[in-house]
Design a protein around this ligand. Structure first.
Ligand code: HEC
Ligand code: HEC
Ligand code: HEC
Length: 449
């Protein structure tokens, strides 16, 4: 279960936040107003009348996994789907709601049409707009058939929970839910899924899952000034080209040139593959969502990601000698720099002097995405706080990387991280002591996991 107190929602920088606030205020002053449509009277197909069909419920449950509904709609110690997880919007906390079929506290009174509106268009049964902390811009691509199965699952396959999550109370102007209608109008395409010419059946299935239920773009696509994803379709070059999440650089998924299809499937299914291990927010995605998908769907996602043209590489492989050079220096162990010495003392036991680690046990540091990211935050986060892979059906053992926050000071972590980012064939920028101390403060301010 998710033991983290809150999921991070990508933040926007202060001046841009103000720009958004000014837009909203301007619209308020201009008297722009959208009357919310009155709640449709919940009649025929409410909880009581939904069809029971074991196969349909099972399909709906699978789709709820693909959509990772549980990641946001469950809070530690609370029943599944009863809501209450705080999501940091950058302007205050947005609480996920109770989506169990309880008629008073959950969505038991939602008709299928109202459920579809919430899921695909961010509209509540009472006509109010949802905040896009709920990934409805992606779910807009979910087919009618899948919405139906999800509806049946939530009405018949989920236990009602009489729990009221804390109310979302954002400050003005973000408290103005109607403004999200304008936001939707400006920033979301609200289009159903469309296959592109040249896609075979497998790629089409993968694209449908990644663009839609998987809402992979909510983290892997860069965000604009109003938290909007800058692209939501496969034919847009910025789609899945990499984002940022609480200072952690989220890698591009376009083409994944360093991985085979099997590497991608292994990673999504087990949180590890022959060269990497999952860390950060992606660990939760694997644990609650992708590890539960069947092999065909994971292969389809991999095949689809492989069709996307990669983001232009920063001059890769201009350091062919690097790997042997670093290995030789660490093996000889004379005239070591501070970073090299710290690596030998603290890291080499698991990641080895080759920086290659061991397949499916210790991830490779030579060429690793997190090591070579423009921002060193992910790497520093792992060094200071450690990381562990989720336990999945196919790979139940948990791989643990210890944290070094207690053992190494800021100067040492900076020297070590700089060495790792420039050792072997890596060639990312050095890390400063200041960057380490900032991240350390950030981690200390976070609630304990
Ligand atoms: C990334 C987080 C996230 C994920 C994933 C997510 N939701 Fe939500 N959802 C939210 C939040 C937050 C709200 C409340 C937003 C608000 O109050 O404006 C919400 C609201 C809703 C509502 C409106 C309920 C109401 O009356 O308030 C429904 C229905 C819903 N979600 C269904 C789903 C389903 C089904 C899935 C999976 C397919 C899902 N959500 C996945 C965050 C999420
Ligand atoms: C909640 C945010 C979030 C969502 C949603 C998300 N990811 Fe990720 N993903 C991340 C982060 C953060 C990383 C970096 C992990 C690391 O550094 O170990 C990552 C890493 C990855 C990687 C490894 C890439 C590499 O080069 O190392 C793959 C593959 C991936 N994600 C696929 C997906 C797919 C497919 C989906 C949708 C089903 C998805 N992700 C949804 C946050 C997310
Ligand atoms: C006891 C063995 C062990 C030691 C010692 C160790 N690590 Fe790790 N490391 C791991 C394991 C296991 C993982 C995979 C955990 C995960 O990603 O969830 C990992 C993950 C990582 C990652 C993330 C890789 C990726 O692809 O996401 C980095 C970076 C890393 N270690 C660097 C270091 C550095 C630098 C040191 C020395 C300060 C170090 N490790 C010491 C075992 C170890």
């Amino acid at each position: 279960m998710n033991t983290q107190k809150s999921l991070k929602f990508p933040r926007v920088s202060a001046p841009l936040t103000l720009a958004f606030a000014a837009t909203v205020l301007g619209l308020l002053a201009a008297g722009a107003w959208r009357s919310s449509t009155a709640a449709e009277s919940a009649s025929a197909d409410t909880a009581a009348a939904a069809p029971t069909d074991a196969a349909l419920i099972q399909r709906g449950e699978y789709l709820a996994r693909a959509g990772d509904c549980i990641a946001c709609h469950s809070a530690p110690g609370k029943p599944a789907f009863a809501g209450g997880l705080p999501i940091d919007s950058g302007h205050g906390l947005i609480y996920s709601t109770n989506i169990t079929p309880d008629p008073a506290h959950g969505i038991g009174r939602y008709t299928e049409a109202q459920f579809a509106d919430a899921l695909r268009h961010g509209k509540r049964a009472d006509g109010q707009h949802l905040y896009p902390a709920m990934p409805y811009p992606s779910y807009a691509k979910v087919s009618d058939e899948d919405v139906h199965a999800l509806y049946v699952f939530f009405m018949k396959g989920v236990k009602p929970a009489a729990v009221t999550p804390p109310a979302t109370d954002l400050g003005f102007p973000f408290s103005q839910r109607w403004a999200m209608g304008l936001w939707n109008w400006f920033f979301t395409s609200d289009q159903p899924f469309r296959a592109q010419a040249g896609w075979n059946q497998q790629v089409t299935r993968g694209a449908y899952l990644v663009e839609g239920l998987g809402h992979c773009g909510s983290c892997h696509t860069p965000r604009g000034f109003a938290m909007n994803e800058k692209a939501d379709r496969s034919d847009q070059a910025r789609f899945l080209s990499g984002g940022e999440l609480g200072g952690w650089e989220v890698p591009s998924l376009r083409g994944l040139p360093h991985w085979t299809d099997k590497d991608i499937v292994d990673y999504l299914q087990t949180g590890r593959n022959r060269s990497a291990a999952v860390a950060g927010e992606m660990a939760q995605v694997v644990e609650h969502s992708t590890a539960h998908l069947n092999e065909d769907d994971l292969r389809a996602m991999a095949a689809y990601l492989k069709t996307l043209s990669p983001v232009a590489e920063r001059s890769a492989a201009v350091k062919p000698q690097g790997a042997t050079e670093t290995q030789r220096k660490l093996t000889a162990a004379v005239d070591l720099t501070l970073g090299e010495r710290l690596y030998l003392d603290n890291c080499a036991a698991c990641h080895f002097v080759t920086g290659q680690g061991a397949p499916r046990v210790f991830p490779r540091l030579d060429g690793a995405t997190v090591v070579n990211a423009d921002s060193p935050s992910g790497l520093l986060h792992v060094i200071l706080a450690g990381a562990s892979t989720p336990s999945t059906d196919k790979a139940p053992s948990v791989l643990v990387m210890p944290g070094f926050a207690q053992r190494l000071d800021d100067r040492e972590v900076a020297a070590l991280a700089s060495f790792v980012r420039q050792g072997w064939s890596n060639q990312a920028a050095s890390v400063s002591e200041r960057q380490v101390s900032r991240l350390r403060e950030h981690l200390e301010a976070q609630p304990a996991h």
